[in-house]
Design a protein around this ligand. Structure first.
Ligand code: BG6
Length: 508
């Protein structure tokens, strides 16, 4: 990855690490969960690891009447609870760079005052007009924020200003296109960082390293050797306290499939980029997403949705989705989705990609499983032949991060008897350091001006295009195909119908 914006060559030379320029990061929606749980803890961890310059400054923008001290105290609590680093002596210094700005997201006057405030901070904190704006609000505010930033003269230049936009980016293809136009009327694409925190996960980036820094796997990575791919993102938690957002989004399709799971599919299936640079990597992702489509059996869409009913999680009884706090009564929101996709290109023709994600599953596990084909000819006699299973490569995204390759081995007994064994790589025991949080990596990359791990305008539109048939179907309230599953189970049994003969969802 390259960056024209890193500074301090002496430190870089010594530490081989890049440090961003002194910058003010303004967070819109600073009273929300994301700021306290993810953003400030990630920034604190970066500061602790000396990845931020001392001048680095955060401005929290929200409507509430908080004093500077109240805001700082709230952030301190968030950091104490959620950051990897313990709150230590660093806090005092770090806190000096945190400011609160009370404003109204929809009122241009607030942005004009913000512009003055940022200018004042520039001279106090020596941030030289370098700005990043983080949209951590409900999506309905994205448009007014962007337009107001433009009108207040805060859009800056590619060199000094960036904007980070949280998901979901649009509600469907049309609204994503409209939002892209709103963004592009104010900012250049090189200033825009559409965030998908899955790309910030070490294990997801490692898919690229595994595929493109090793010569031996890539020749097998195609329809000649791969039977199918299964991508699973299972969570044990329910909707937590996020029902208003989740119901509004319609559940897992907009919350997980269009973004996180599509990104996992893209990094698994893309062609090797020529260089590891933002646009070459993203060009390849766009290409593979454009070749991807939802599978049909005749006219029937190959997608299944479900909602959890009461059940058990972690040994405790848990309520049905409908009984969770603040859920709209009777909401048809899907907390589980499984779907089959096809990639119509030379590499993947005929290889199904099965994706599933759900809340209130028995286990928290995210993985990409590459199921290889059977051997072309079975030479072992009798029962040994039946013992042979095809190879399987599993990239474990979380938890228990690692990669395992299953292959066949002879049991050490006189007869030919065959059993599957695993070769296993585990991050924890191999590297013996905790992986940085996804938000650390992504915030740092944004401050450094590196867009590689952020979704480009055409990419987000390509991902929406893929899910459009399901969006249309499930946005139609008259569609009656919502299944129910018990909390703590692996989802509705209807999902097994997506599997073609001889294929099964992995038991995890
Ligand atoms: C978020 C979704 O983007 O990702 C949540 O909005 C989900 O619903 C979360 O729980 C999962 O992220 P992770 O990193 O815990 O797998």
């Amino acid at each position: 990855m390259t960056s024209a914006l890193s500074s301090n060559p002496l430190r870089e030379g010594l530490r081989l690490e890049r440090t961003p320029k002194p910058t003010i990061l303004t967070i819109f929606g600073a009273s929300g969960d994301l700021t306290e749980r993810k953003l400030l803890p990630a920034l604190y961890d970066l500061a602790r690891d000396r990845r931020l310059p001392p001048e680095f400054t955060v401005v929290g923008f929200a409507r509430r009447a908080w004093s500077q001290d109240e805001f700082r105290e709230r952030m301190r609590e968030g950091i104490e609870k959620f950051s990897r680093a313990k709150l230590g002596t660093l806090w005092e210094n770090f806190a000096k760079g945190i400011y609160y700005f009370q404003g109204d997201l929809e009122d241009i006057a607030s942005y004009k005052q913000l512009a003055e405030f940022l200018e004042k901070l520039d001279s106090e904190r020596h941030t030289n007009g370098n700005r990043a704006f983080y949209l951590a609000t409900a999506p309905s505010y994205f448009k007014p924020i962007i337009e107001n930033l433009g009108q207040a003269g805060l859009s800056g230049t590619v060199q000094n200003t960036r904007i980070v936009i949280e998901k979901p980016f649009g509600r469907d293809l049309e609204t994503a296109q409209t939002l892209n136009k709103v963004v592009q009327a104010v900012f250049e694409e090189k200033q825009v960082y559409r965030i998908d925190h899955y790309l910030g996960k070490e294990t997801v980036q490692n898919v690229l390293v595994f595929r493109f820094a090793n010569a031996i796997f890539e020749p097998l990575w195609n329809h000649r050797y791969v039977d199918h791919v299964q991508i699973t993102v299972a969570e044990t938690v329910g909707v937590e306290n996020r029902a208003p957002y989740y119901d509004e989004a319609g559940g897992a399709l907009r919350d997980m499939i269009q973004n996180h799971l599509m990104q996992l599919l893209a990094v698994t299936a893309m062609e090797p980029p020529a260089t590891f640079e933002a646009d070459t990597v993203r060009d390849e992702k766009v290409k593979v997403l454009r070749a991807t489509q939802l599978a049909y059996a005749g006219k029937k869409i190959q997608a299944v949705r479900g909602q959890y009913q009461a059940g058990w999680s972690g040994g405790e009884p848990v309520p049905a989705y409908q009984d969770e706090q603040r859920v709209i009564p009777g909401a048809q929101t899907s907390s589980y989705i499984a779907a089959k996709f096809e990639i119509n290109n030379w590499r993947w023709k005929g290889v199904p990609f099965y994706l599933r994600t759900g809340k209130r599953m028995p286990k928290r596990v995210s993985e990409i499983a590459i199921q290889f084909r059977d051997v072309p000819h079975q030479m072992f006699p009798g029962s040994a032949a039946n013992q042979v299973s095809p190879n399987l490569l599993v990239m474990r995204i979380q938890p228990d991060e690692g990669i395992s390759l299953r292959f066949e081995a002879k049991r050490p007994i006189a007869d030919i008897s065959i059993r599957s064994v695993n070769m296993d790589f585990r991050y924890g025991s191999t590297f013996e350091v905790a992986s940085p949080e996804a938000y650390e990596r992504l915030l740092l990359d944004c401050l450094l001006g590196d867009q590689t791990l952020f979704t480009r305008a055409d990419e987000v539109e390509a991902a929406w295009t893929i899910v459009t048939p399901i969006v249309k179907r499930w946005d139609d309230k008259s569609t009656k195909d919502l299944n129910y599953y018990e909390a703590g189970s692996w989802g509705p049994s209807a999902a097994s119908q997506l599997m073609d003969e001889g294929r099964f969802w992995r038991r995890l």
